[in-house]
Ligand binder design. Structure first.
Ligand SMILES: [Zn+2]
Length: 113
C-alpha cells in the first residue's frame, strides 16, 4: 500500500476539499409584504385565513390585572383587643397594559402571530 493509498483510506487526504456552501436567505424580490424572523432567516408572512400577502405589523394591547396577596395574621396586640386579625395586603403583580406584536391582514382583517 502506497502512502497516498494509506492517506486516502484514513480520509486525511482530500483531493477536492469540500466547499462549505453558505446559504443566504433568498428573498423574493416580487414579495411586497412583511417578513417574520425565523431563526437567522426571514420568512414571508401570508394571512392564514385568506392567504393574502398584504399583511402588516401591528401591536395589540394586553391588559394584565394586578394581583394582591392578602394575608391574615392573628392579632396578638393587647392594646387592640377588638381586632381579631391583622390584614396585610401585598402587591404580587403590578397590573397594567403592555403591547404584543402581531400581524394584521389588510384584506380580511385577521390578526395573527
Ligand atoms: Zn386575510
Amino acid at each position: 500500500m502506497s502512502l497516498l493509498q494509506k492517506l486516502l483510506s484514513i480520509g486525511m487526504y482530500n483531493q477536492q476539499p469540500k466547499q462549505i456552501q453558505q446559504r443566504q436567505p433568498q428573498l423574493n424580490p416580487d414579495f411586497k409584504g412583511v417578513y417574520r424572523p425565523v431563526g437567522n432567516t426571514l420568512q414571508e408572512v401570508y394571512c392564514p385565513r385568506c392567504g393574502s400577502w398584504e399583511c402588516s405589523h401591528t401591536q395589540i394591547p394586553i391588559n394584565v390585572p394586578g394581583r394582591v396577596k392578602t394575608r391574615y395574621t392573628a392579632n396578638l396586640n393587647p392594646f387592640r383587643p377588638f381586632t381579631l386579625v391583622n390584614k396585610k395586603e401585598k402587591v404580587v403583580q403590578q397590573g397594567g397594559t403592555y403591547y404584543q406584536h402581531r400581524f394584521v391582514c389588510n384584506k380580511c382583517g385577521l390578526i395573527f402571530m
